[in-house]
Design a binder for this molecule. Structure first.
Ligand code: 5GP
Length: 144
C-alpha cells in the first residue's frame, strides 16, 4: 500500500481495538491503546495506537492524535525502562511501504534496547509466546 489511499477499517489494529482480534494489552484509555508487538524486535517491544483517529500514518494524523500518541509513548517508554532496566529505548514509527510500514493504522513503536543485544528484524522473525508477552506486559503496566 502506498503513502496515500483509503483507510481500511478491517486492518489488524482496527480489529484489535474492536476486540475482534486478541492482543496483550498494557494500557488503554478512550483515545489510545498500548499492547505488546507479537513479532518483537526486542524484549518488551510495545505498539501505541490511536483509538480516535483513522489516519493511516503520521502525515495524515490530526494534531490531537499525534499529541495523544507522543504523550502515551513517553509514558510507556518511561515505564518500560523502569520495569525492564534497559540501557536505552527506541521510539519510532514508519510511513508507507517504502519506509517499512506494514499495518496502515497510526501507531508508534516503543522498543527497549540493551547494549549487548542486537535488534531483531522489523515485522519479521519469530512470533512470541503469549504467556511471555503477558509477563512483560504485567511488569510494564505495574511501572506506569
Ligand atoms: P509497522 O510495520 O506498520 O510499523 O508495524 C506493525 C507492527 O505490528 C509490526 O512490528 C508487527 O510485528 C506488528 N504486528 C503485526 N501483526 C500483529 C498482530 O496481529 N498482533 C500484534 N500484537 N502485533 C502485530
Amino acid at each position: 500500500m502506498s503513502l496515500t489511499g483509503p483507510y481500511d477499517p478491517d486492518n489488524i489494529f482496527a480489529k484489535i481495538i474492536r476486540g475482534e482480534m486478541p492482543a496483550v494489552k498494557v494500557y488503554e484509555d478512550d483515545r489510545v491503546l498500548a499492547f505488546m508487538d507479537v513479532f518483537p524486535q526486542a524484549e518488551g517491544h510495545l505498539l501505541v495506537i490511536s483509538k480516535a483517529s483513522q489516519a493511516r500514518n503520521l502525515l495524515e494524523a490530526e494534531p490531537e492524535a499525534v499529541e495523544d500518541l507522543a504523550l502515551a509513548s513517553q509514558r510507556l517508554a518511561r515505564a518500560a525502562t523502569k520495569a525492564l532496566q534497559c540501557d536505552g529505548i527506541t521510539v519510532t514509527q514508519f510511513n508507507g511501504t517504502a519506509a517499512g510500514q506494514t499495518v496502515f493504522h497510526l501507531h508508534f513503536h516503543v522498543i527497549p534496547r540493551w547494549a549487548d543485544r542486537p535488534l531483531a528484524g522489523h515485522a519479521s522473525g519469530k512470533m512470541e509466546d503469549s504467556a511471555v508477552l503477558q509477563g512483560l506486559a504485567d511488569r510494564i503496566a505495574a511501572a506506569l
